[in-house]
Ligand binder design. Structure first.
Ligand SMILES: Cc1cc2nc3c(=O)[nH]c(=O)nc-3n(C[C@H](O)[C@H](O)[C@H](O)COP(=O)(O)O)c2cc1C
Length: 208
C-alpha cells in the first residue's frame, strides 16, 4: 500500500490538498477540496469543519473518495460550489472524478469532534477528525502527484524577498505577514526541505 501511494507522491511526512467526492442518500454527488494526512499502512485521515456537505455525507455513508488532481478549475469549482455531473463517472453508487489522476476509496472507522487548534479560524466551530482505512487505490496517471502547498508558500516568499529592497514600507509589512502565514502553514503541512527553506528565508528577512 505504502509503495502504491508513494508513486503518486503520498508519504507520511506531508499533508496534501485533494478533491473529496461523496454521495448522499438520494444519490446526489458532491465534491470539495479537503486536506489529506497519510498515517502509514492503510490508515488515512482528514479534518473537516462542521457545516460542510462533505462531512454530512461522510457521517451518513461512512465512505468517501479522495481524488488526486492538480487541475485548478476542479479545485476552484469544487470550492465555490460543487462540480457538475459531467465531471463524475457514470457509477450511481459512488462519486468518482472522471479525470482524476488517481483515486482512493476510503471506509470511515472513526469520527471524533474537536475544537480547532492551531488554525486561523476565529470562532468555536467544531472540527471533525475522520479516520479511515483505504479500501482501494486506482492509479490512472502516475505523473499526477498529490498536491502539497509547501512549495507554493516557499515560491511566494522567495518572489517577495527578491523585491523586498525595492518596495515601500507598506509592501514590506505585507511581505513579512506573508512570511509569518506561510511559516505557520509549512510547519503544519510541509516536508523537511520546505521547513529548512523557510528557516533560511526567515533569517534573510531578519537581516533586512
Ligand atoms: C485547498 C483547500 C483545502 C481545504 N481543506 C479543507 C479541510 O481540510 N477541511 C475543511 O473542513 N475544509 C477545507 N477546505 C474548505 C472546503 O473545501 C470548503 O469549506 C468547501 O466549501 C466545503 O464544501 P462542501 O460543503 O461541499 O463539503 C479547503 C479548501 C481548499 C481550497
Amino acid at each position: 500500500m505504502n509503495e502504491t501511494l508513494k508513486k503518486i507522491g503520498i508519504t507520511t511526512e506531508e499533508r496534501y490538498e485533494c478533491i473529496y467526492t461523496t454521495i448522499d442518500e438520494e444519490g446526489n454527488k458532491n465534491s470539495a477540496a479537503i486536506g489529506l494526512k497519510y498515517f502509514g499502512s492503510d490508515n488515512i485521515g482528514c479534518r473537516i469543519f462542521e457545516g460542510s456537505k462533505t462531512l454530512e455525507n461522510i457521517q451518513k455513508t461512512k465512505k468517501y473518495v479522495i481524488n488526486i488532481t492538480q487541475d485548478p478549475l476542479i479545485f476552484t469549482k469544487s470550492t465555490i460550489d460543487k462540480l457538475s455531473d459531467e465531471y463524475f463517472t457514470d457509477d450511481s453508487d459512488i462519486a468518482i472524478l472522471k479525470d482524476a489522476g488517481s483515486y482512493i476509496i476510503v471506509d470511515v472507522v472513526d469520527i471524533n469532534e474537536q475544537k480547532p487548534e492551531n488554525t486561523p479560524i476565529d470562532n468555536d466551530q467544531s472540527i471533525f477528525m475522520i479516520k479511515g482505512k483505504i479500501s482501494k487505490i486506482v492509479i490512472n496517471d502516475e505523473s499526477i502527484k498529490a498536491f502539497n502547498r509547501g512549495l507554493s508558500g516557499i515560491i511566494e516568499c522567495l518572489v517577495n524577498f527578491s523585491r523586498y529592497k525595492i518596495v515601500d514600507d507598506e509592501k514590506r509589512t505585507e511581505y513579512m505577514d506573508r512570511v509569518i502565514e506561510n511559516n505557520r502553514m509549512i510547519q503544519r503541512i510541509g516536508n523537511e526541505k520546505t521547513k529548512e527553506s523557510m528557516e533560511l528565508i526567515k533569517k534573510e528577512y531578519e537581516k533586512n
